[in-house]
Design a protein around this ligand. Structure first.
Ligand SMILES: Nc1nc2c(c(=O)[nH]1)N=C([C@H](O)[C@H](O)COP(=O)(O)OP(=O)(O)OP(=O)(O)O)CN2
Ligand code: ZN
Length: 137
């Protein structure tokens, strides 16, 4: 049995602001700087989902990536694309919409889909320079 990690990208065009309810206004400004602007700013997030599993002998696939794409389009793009992460969704009411937290939220959403048992990694690129990698807890 051969185990392989397959990957599929999904893009999210979204706005947000970085703000923590655990910090004072002054602390928020000091911590997040320009990203604490209440009017927000935008990113084209590139999310790469890694799925690990055995290659099926008959199909030659871990999972059909066309099927994976459909789930990611519905559950990830459908939830976040062209949204304000802090105003249009409830996921970041109690945690700042950092790349770290977005990756964790995406993991939690995918845990409730048929991809759950294959979930291996969430890589989220916020800018060409900044990215995070979450491997679950
Ligand atoms: N650990 C984290 N640090 C930062 C995050 C984050 O999610 N996790 N996020 C930000 C901001 O969202 C910010 O928008 C990043 O943009 P920017 O500073 O413009 O991005 P770059 O570093 O790619 O641009 P430079 O030109 O190199 O400054 C900040 N930190
Ligand atoms: Zn940002």
């Amino acid at each position: 049995m051969h185990e392989v990690i397959i990957k599929r990208k999904v893009w999210i065009s979204a706005s947000h602001w970085l703000h923590s309810t655990f910090l004072s206004d002054e602390e928020n400004t000091a911590t997040y700087g320009k990203c604490n602007n209440p009017n927000g700013h935008g990113h084209n997030y590139c999310v790469t989902v890694g799925l690990k599993g055995p290659v099926d002998e008959k199909t030659g696939m871990v999972l059909n990536l066309t099927y994976v794409a459909k789930i990611l389009d519905e559950k990830i793009a459908g939830n976040f694309d062209h949204k304000h992460l802090d105003l249009d969704t409830s996921y970041f009411e109690e945690r700042p919409s950092t790349s770290e937290n977005i990756a964790i939220v995406i993991w939690q959403i995918l845990k409730r889909t048929p991809l759950a048992n294959f979930l291996y990694s969430i890589e989220l690129e916020e800018t060409p320079n900044n990215s995070v990698l979450y491997l679950g807890d």
